[in-house]
Design a protein around this ligand. Structure first.
Ligand SMILES: [Cu+2]
Length: 140
């Protein structure tokens, strides 16, 4: 007989949870962490980024993994469009991450850059970060 609490059920529950989190993330306005992860209201800064290979770009520009500069206290909106491969955009210190997405998809996140300093943004997919897919978010 199969057990109702066997590993298969646990895996299913895990997948359902991941799906639920993904749905919330896709909604954009739902709040995972009201203080930081999602900031309501109009952004002070909108960063339109693309990702392909092991590089992020400011949309329409050529510099690979560019420095991104914002002011402390800014509500920062990041629109990430995947133009090749499978990627996300993460900054640990601000607890922000887009969805991991394949080419053709876009995700928008918003957070408050409430600490000054230099922080690494990176792609958390596979070994992309180790392969150089990161840059610097400067909050000044
Ligand atoms: Cu990546």
């Amino acid at each position: 007989m199969t057990s109702r609490t066997g590993p298969g059920r646990l895996i299913f529950a895990g997948l359902a949870l991941i799906a639920a989190v993904a749905l919330v993330a896709a909604g954009g306005q739902e709040q995972v962490d009201e203080d930081k992860q999602v900031a309501d209201g109009e952004p002070d800064v909108v960063l339109e980024l693309t990702a392909e290979g092991r590089e992020f770009y400011i949309a329409g520009e050529d510099e690979e993994n560019p420095d991104l500069t914002v002011a402390q206290g800014d509500v920062v909106q990041v629109k990430l469009e995947i133009t090749g491969g499978f990627h996300d955009w993460v900054v640990d210190e601000f607890d922000v991450a887009t969805e991991q997405m394949s080419a053709g998809n876009t995700d928008t996140i918003q957070f408050v850059a409430d600490e000054s300093g230099e922080f690494e943004y990176y792609c958390s997919v596979g070994t992309h970060r180790q392969e150089g897919m990161y840059g610097t978010l400067i909050v000044e």
